[in-house]
Design a protein around this ligand. Structure first.
Ligand SMILES: [Zn+2]
Length: 372
């Protein structure tokens, strides 16, 4: 294990192992908030208050399943705060530790800072008559439907609100989904309600989510980033370490997997043409024109949006241009982990590559699929 890690506001650290201990100087009544993210699939961090009288909350976010947790210590913090983390299992690798707040309690602003890129994006939208919607806003890590609405009011990019659904996710239950839809729909902004969606992570979701629940939502989003099962029986998450022995066979299976997902009654294909890091360098060879066309044709035929995701290198310009020429529609998304705004330069690039017009933007009415 690592030695103790001292937290400072705004730190982003790569750590070789889960630290045995993190410490921070927090004034009385102050707030300590950080997130540990690691790339192995299973971990349980027990939150122990070692030496001082902390009231601690281990908010699980996606922690069961993606190794991500926000640990928030918000009240009765004495100084110095000390937090001890423990876990069972083999040693861990590639931990990213992100510190949001150490010290005075600050209100989190979900609003986009007015950077040059943001200004250029807004100018491009004005010039082209584009009204963008961020269809990939997760309610997690402190993001709420209210903060999402606040962001829309601030900048004009329309917001949405979405929860993950699946066996290995916190919500795998129709009742909880409906409760979420009700809560998110109650938030209105500029005279309309916040569009509300589900990210589906199981490939039989449409037989798990009943029709009444489905009808509470405005859209369904899916990505291709979970494929098959691990020997443990858990989902194989392609963003975690993969051992791909036969790359051509893997790619053929992955293309089939993508086409099968497009056969589901979804509205948005998120992060299309994603590849695991182990083979991402071979993108241009693996995503042959034939494969790209098969994916695009099915999305266009069914009115499923192809997403342009902030921070993702996928899909590459060739795919986007081909998609436009084949009449596909595009959606924008951030795929946030918290309320902090992401860099939107990828959106701006895509708008320029595609010479985008309002007609290229997907809206739920484009979807030609029957509801399940
Ligand atoms: Zn997502």
């Amino acid at each position: 294990m690592d030695d103790a890690v001292a937290l400072k506001n705004g730190d982003v650290m790569m750590l070789a192992n889960l630290p045995s201990e993190v410490t921070a100087q927090v004034p009385k009544g102050g707030k300590l908030r950080f997130m540990l993210e690691e790339t192995d699939s299973e971990w349980n961090a027990d939150f122990n208050n070692a030496e001082c009288d902390l009231q601690a909350e281990h908010r699980k976010g996606d922690s069961h399943t993606t190794g991500r947790a926000v640990i928030e210590v918000a009240s009765h913090v004495q100084t110095p705060a000390r937090v001890e983390l423990s876990y069972e299992g083999p040693s861990r690798r590639n931990i990213r530790l992100i510190v949001y707040t150490v010290g005075e309690q600050k209100s989190i602003s979900p609003n986009y800072p007015r950077t040059p890129v943001f200004g250029m994006l807004m100018a491009a939208c004005r010039k082209r008559g584009l009204v963008l919607t961020d269809w990939h806003i997760h309610i997690r890590g402190g993001m709420t439907p209210e903060l999402a609405a606040m962001r829309e009011a601030d900048c004009g990019i329309r917001s949405s609100a979405m929860e993950n659904h699946g066996r290995e996710w916190e919500i795998y239950d129709n009742r909880k989904l409906r409760a979420f839809a009700e809560k998110a729909h109650a938030v209105s902004i500029n005279g309309h309600h916040l569009p509300t969606g589900i990210q589906v992570n199981d490939r039989d979701w449409f037989s798990q989510i009943d029709a009444e629940t489905r009808s509470c939502f405005d859209y369904i989003l899916a990505d291709t980033m979970i494929m098959g099962k691990l020997p443990s029986g858990r989902d194989n998450r392609l963003w975690l370490d993969q051992s791909i022995k036969d790359i051509p066979a893997w790619m053929a299976a992955y293309t089939e997997h993508t086409l099968r997902i497009l056969d589901e009654p979804i509205s948005i294909l998120a992060n299309p043409t994603y590849l695991p890091k182990e083979i991402a360098d071979a993108y241009d060879d693996l995503w042959t024109e034939e494969r790209m066309k098969a994916v695009i044709a099915k999305a266009a035929e069914k009115g499923i949006a192809l997403e342009i995701q902030a921070g993702s290198p996928f899909p590459r310009p060739k795919f986007l241009k081909l998609a436009k020429s084949m009449g596909a529609k595009f959606s924008f998304g951030t795929n946030n982990f918290d309320p902090m705004p992401k860099d939107l330069s990828r959106w701006l690039e895509a708008i320029e590559w595609l010479d985008m017009t309002p007609d290229d933007l997907w809206s739920p009415s484009d979807n030609k699929q029957r509801k399940p």
